[in-house]
Ligand binder design. Structure first.
Ligand SMILES: *[C@@H]1O[C@H](CO)[C@@H](O)[C@H](O)[C@H]1NC(C)=O
Ligand SMILES: *[C@@H]1O[C@H](CO)[C@@H](O)[C@H](O)[C@H]1NC(C)=O
Ligand SMILES: *[C@@H]1O[C@H](CO)[C@@H](O)[C@H](O)[C@H]1NC(C)=O
Ligand SMILES: *[C@@H]1O[C@H](CO)[C@@H](O)[C@H](O)[C@H]1NC(C)=O
Length: 622
């Protein structure tokens, strides 16, 4: 019996001729299907071109928009785009930037049309805070120096909190049209001094007027500080129980109050401004937890030892007070980070040398400052936990960025060359290696793995990174340094608002030098974050690090080519690196510019003290 063939379950009788026809038909069908669907079924894009061209020129070119000329030549109908105009003071130390509201775009060059120019968020307006320092009073040299140190502490603290501290003196008051009137009146000397302060303030157009012993001691998002930072003070205000330590108001309101105090004082024998005007002149705000005032009464009751020193010798007493205030500023900063400091260290096996400066900074920040009264708390934070050298704050080295409240992050951002050289312990990176072996955007992927998970594009990671560096919340909770710097920036004190106890002593008071790296407490390393280096590998790191620095500066064509290839291959990592570098450079320029402006005025700004390290802090003697 011949074999029964079936088709769709029904018996079919197939002769050999029919079979060959069927086969030809099927063959034709398959042939056409293949041709019609082929182009769309094979994935297009980099993976194909990469495999095909693997041994030719696979180094990806930066997107066309990076070069304004290429796009206009290749596409004559597309209008040439002009790069945005250069902004004032927008370059520093090899970085340049452009500030704009759309700074959250992943790649700066799509806006700046220049791969070397980073797109940064606009600078926040800093509301001015004025302080009157009478330079006409004769002082001994030592006292004058001590006061100048105190003013430096005052300026640094307010600057770090986002204000523009400005010191006024007699010339600003004399410039006021009401000054002549004040001179003609026969007034109490203390009232006259107070009036000078107000005239100087009125002359500046209002804002905030603080005493130089009033300090912000709270986290950046404290309610009072946030209100003051907004820069709008519709009614003339003062703060309950703080006497004349702080006023806020508009020029109109101040002018009115000053005129009233001069022409129609409430009392003929008024000794200060507040008693010379009616009580309803001011709105009295009861809330001021974030402000610490070191007025004579507070010093006497809370810091009697410093009070005695002030009584015995004014200059020594003022120095002592300055140490005390600096220590309190530091303490209040430590208090806002109960979870400690995270020195981020992605792929920890070969990056120990790279993060060492960040770790040093963390160690200094967590060491106890020198102070004449170690067990005391700031006057506004009576429940603080004083710094105890035997229980330093926790330092950890997580491999991932974590956005946690109460944790301060110190980041070290490597150029992709540096990171590749260290991670592979390879000192002879060349273009073929980049093409065949290099993992794309490895650093950023590791850093944000926990925050964003895997399978996220480089551009999404860059956006998160930028938010973590420059977002509103970020600036008070982290600092990001580039790995290739030889030293830490030397104006970090201005970033934190107090003199960082560089090379501080163990106990905060003893004369023993800083413990060497081997004696310092080890930072906490989570084994889940990766292996730690072997002793041999660790020895290789410093040389590789130095080589990476040299390549970064090299002018040789060979080095530049490798660098360019790496940058083109790691667009996200290099964008992050340039962004962090430009962000830090700009904050330095912002401060330098302010110092430049301030130099014109009398009040002590612009002295050489600015960059003075806190070397003297550990030499504290009673
Ligand atoms: C960017 O900087 C590099 C090195 O500093 C330089 O070679 C390159 O020409 C610059 N690119 C532009 C568009 O200015
Ligand atoms: C971190 O958290 C804060 C507040 O919870 C938020 O405003 C900020 O955008 C977060 N930053 C990042 C990089 O996710
Ligand atoms: C801190 O100490 C180290 C080693 O003792 C020294 O190399 C460094 O210059 C010191 N830094 C400062 C700022 O004094
Ligand atoms: C800012 O720019 C002006 C003029 O362009 C220059 O004189 C000044 O030195 C710059 N300041 C800083 C801090 O770079």
């Amino acid at each position: 019996m011949p074999k029964q063939h079936t088709l769709f379950g029904r018996p079919v009788r197939l002769s050999p001729r029919r079979i060959s026809l069927l086969l030809v038909g099927l063959g034709l069908f398959a042939f056409f299907t293949l041709f019609i669907t082929l182009p769309s079924s094979i994935p297009q894009g980099p993976s194909l071109s990469k495999t095909l061209a693997d041994h030719k020129i696979p180094v990806p070119k930066v997107p066309k928009i990076h070069n304004p000329f290429s796009s206009s030549i290749l596409n004559p109908f597309r209008p040439a785009i002009h790069a945005p105009p250069e902004q004032k003071n927008s370059t520093y130390g090899g970085s340049s930037w452009y500030a704009n509201w759309n700074w959250r775009s992943p790649f700066s060059s799509s806006v700046t049309l220049d791969e070397n120019r980073s797109l940064l968020p606009p600078l926040k307006d800093r509301p001015p805070i004025y302080c009157y320092y009478d330079t006409t009073v004769q002082r001994e040299k030592a006292t004058q120096e001590a006061e100048s140190d105190l003013l430096l502490t005052w300026r640094r603290a307010w600057w770090a909190q986002g204000f523009k501290p400005i010191i006024l003196s007699a010339p600003e008051a004399i410039n006021n049209p009401l000054y002549d009137e004040l001179q003609r009146l026969n007034l109490e000397p203390t009232f006259k001094t107070d009036m000078m302060r107000w005239l100087a303030w009125e002359n500046m157009g209002g804002g905030l007027l603080a005493h130089h012993l009033l300090f912000p001691m709270a986290p950046r998002d404290d309610a009072v500080l946030s209100y003051l930072r907004r820069g709008e003070y519709p009614v003339l205000s003062r703060w309950e129980g703080m006497d004349n330590a702080l006023f806020a108001g508009t020029k109109t309101a101040i002018t009115e109050a000053v005129t009233k105090a001069l022409r129609h004082p409430e009392r003929k024998d008024a000794k200060d401004f507040i008693s010379a005007v009616s009580a309803d002149t001011f709105l009295v705000d009861p809330k001021h937890e974030g402000l610490a005032s070191y007025d004579p009464r507070t010093i006497e009751t809370k810091f009697a030892k410093v009070g005695e020193q002030l009584g015995a010798n004014r200059a020594t007493g003022l120095q002592s007070l300055n140490y005390l205030i600096n220590a309190h500023l530091h303490l209040s900063w430590l208090g806002s980070f109960p979870k400690g400091i995270a020195v981020v260290k992605p792929l920890p096996e070969h990056t120990t040398t790279m993060v060492q400066p960040a770790l040093d900074l963390a160690t200094w920040l967590t060491s106890c400052p020198d102070t004449p009264m170690p067990a005391t708390c700031p006057p506004n934070l009576p429940k603080c936990s004083p710094c105890v050298a035997t229980h330093p704050m926790k330092i950890s080295t997580p491999a991932r960025y974590r956005n946690t409240t109460g944790l301060y992050t110190i980041g070290t951002v490597p150029h992709p060359y540096t990171f590749a050289a260290l991670n592979t312990l390879k000192s002879d990176i060349d273009i073929p290696w980049v093409r065949r072996k290099m993992n794309r955007d490895l650093w950023l992927a590791e850093l944000t793995k926990e925050h964003l998970g895997t399978g996220v594009s480089g551009s999404a990671r860059v956006i998160t990174f930028k938010e973590a560096v420059a977002g509103d919340w970020a600036t008070a909770h982290s600092i990001w340094l580039t790995a290739e710097r030889e030293t830490l920036p030397h104006d970090l004190d201005w970033y934190f608002g107090f003199a960082i106890p560089v090379n501080a002593t163990d106990s905060g008071k003893s004369e023993t030098p800083v413990p060497g790296p081997e004696r310092r407490p080890k930072p906490y390393h989570d084994p889940g974050d990766g292996l730690l280096p072997t002793a041999e590998d660790l020895m290789l790191e410093p040389e590789l690090m130095q080589k990476a620095r040299d390549i970064g500066k090299s002018k040789e064509k060979k080095d530049i080519d490798v660098r360019n290839a790496i940058e083109a291959w790691n667009l996200a990592d290099v964008e992050a690196w340039k962004f962090a570098r430009a962000f830090l450079a700009r904050s330095r320029v912002e401060r330098l510019k302010w110092e430049e402006e301030e130099r014109k005025y009398a009040g002590g700004a612009g002295s050489d003290k600015e960059d003075k390290r806190s070397g003297g802090w550990s030499r504290w003697t009673e």
